[in-house]
Design a protein around this ligand. Structure first.
Ligand SMILES: Cc1cc2nc3c(=O)[nH]c(=O)nc-3n(C[C@H](O)[C@H](O)[C@H](O)COP(=O)(O)OP(=O)(O)OC[C@H]3O[C@@H](n4cnc5c(N)ncnc54)[C@H](O)[C@@H]3O)c2cc1C
Length: 403
């Protein structure tokens, strides 16, 4: 097939990257520094919108401890190659070169001291240094492919562009108000590249009690507690936050990656205590559960938990099985996901372009020469803690080295 529309007005580039988020800008910078001519097309009026709001405005741009174990994917080994060739140290070095002050908040998570804007400016400056062309406010109407060079033709609101390598860095479905679209998945479909069903990740959960009763803790909204949240063999010791509808906070966002709607997760609300010692202590207590729990929980939480998890009689007068059940639930309270906060509140999308269709070294589609997918559009999802940006940098860099 020869492009019908390849006219004199068609601009040619070695590489066109769709999406000016973390992955697209890193890919563009890396390819530009190799003296490839690169064009980035972004439909928002501004680049890096997600970076700007990330980490509460301070962008948790990477983590000191990054490994494949911090990611979910149908193929857990896929991310290994890109992550090892662009480790966190390299991005930290870049941050230092640009004079950006940062600090470790907790668990190896690195944040900008001043503002996420500095990371966007870093990427903009690096792209400028690499001679990258950038067009914002650009709508892509159509993509055509041929077997000859240049392989791809993009018809857009800013004219037609032809390129050898086409990189999809369009992100995924979370936070549609920042410009997230399903465009990457649609392009995958156009070229016969499989996509693993997406779902919201790092998202608040709306639980129901294991017996199907509705969530009875709306009154605790705003209170946070340390806990261990677990699902599918993964456990996270962090804070949970009660909300009007259900649960949020880092522990819940982390565990949300591992349980879909209808599935269960478990909370240990007393990770600092010993089960046997507690059982023994409860046996002789003349207090009700609500009163007894006040030694570890804020009064309102103790009252609400006591009401839900035990009869209103003194602990010493309860049946042994009732006391055992209370302790059991404090250490392993099983809840079912009734719903989630949806894409509007999800920090990431789990699922995406099937990694089996991509080269783990280059991100190129095995079956479609010159077509690449990088960043969140791919079925690689990180834990909370800077891992998602590290994947964006690493996958962008992997493609940028070959396109
Ligand atoms: C509120 C929030 C906070 C977060 N905080 C952190 C954090 O602190 N640390 C961390 O590691 N991760 C964080 N994340 C996750 C992180 O932002 C993403 O994983 C990361 O931005 C993905 O990078 P990306 O380049 O693949 O996609 P994106 O950043 O989503 O970039 C994709 C770009 O493609 C553009 N685009 C989409 N469709 C089209 C189209 N049809 N045509 C042209 N352009 C298009 C979009 O407008 C966007 O600019 C956060 C996410 C959210 C929502």
């Amino acid at each position: 097939m020869v492009f019908q529309g390849l006219s004199n007005s068609t601009e040619q580039f070695d590489v066109v990257i769709v999406g000016a988020g973390g992955a697209g800008l890193m890919g563009a910078r890396t390819a530009g520094l190799r003296h490839r001519s690169v064009l980035v097309l972004e439909h928002n009026e501004r680049i890096g919108k997600k970076i700007l709001i990330s980490g509460g405005g301070r962008c948790n741009f990477t983590n000191l401890d990054v490994g494949p174990e911090h990611y979910l994917s149908a193929n857990p080994h896929f991310c290994r190659s890109a992550l090892s060739r662009y480790p966190a140290d390299q991005f930290i070095e870049l941050v230092r070169e640009h004079g950006i002050a940062f600090y470790e908040k907790t668990l190896g998570q690195l944040f900008c001291r001043t503002s996420s804007r500095e990371i966007v400016e870093l990427l903009r400056a690096e792209c400028r240094r690499a001679g990258v062309h950038l067009k914002t406010g650009c709508r892509i109407h159509e993509i055509e492919r041929t077997d000859r060079e240049p392989r791809y033709l993009l018809k857009t609101s800013h004219g037609d562009f032809a390129c050898e390598s086409l990189v999809m860095a369009t992100g995924a479905l979370s936070f549609p108000k920042l410009g997230a679209t399903d465009f990457g998945y649609r392009v995958a479909e156009q070229f016969g590249v499989p996509v693993i069903d997406p779902r919201p990740g790092l998202v608040p959960l709306i639980p129901e009690l294991a017996d199907g009763r509705a969530w009875p803790f709306a009154e605790l909204s705003g209170i946070s507690l340390e806990c261990v949240a677990s699902a599918a063999g993964h456990a996270f010791r962090e804070n949970l936050l009660f909300t009007h509808q259900g649960l949020s906070g880092p522990a819940i966002l982390q565990v949300s990656n591992y349980c879909s709607m209808g599935e269960s997760f478990t909370l240990n609300l007393v990770p600092h205590l010993e089960r046997e010692a507690l059982l023994e202590e409860a046996r002789t207590q003349r207090f009700t559960a609500a009163r007894w729990l006040e030694q570890w929980f804020p009064k309102r939480v103790a009252a609400a938990l006591g009401r839900q998890l035990a009869p209103a009689t003194p602990l010493s007068q309860m049946k042994q099985s009732e006391r055992a059940r209370l302790i059991e639930q404090l250490f392993g309270w099983k809840l079912r996901v009734k719903d989630t906060g949806g894409y509007g509140r999800a920090e990431v999308t789990v699922g995406g372009v099937d990694t089996n269709a991509l080269s783990s070294k280059t991100m190129e589609c095995h079956a479609v020469a010159g077509l690449y997918f990088i960043g969140e559009v791919v079925d690689v999802t990180g834990w909370l803690g800077g891992y998602n940006f590290q994947w964006a940098w690493a996958s962008g860099h992997a493609a940028g080295e070959v396109i």
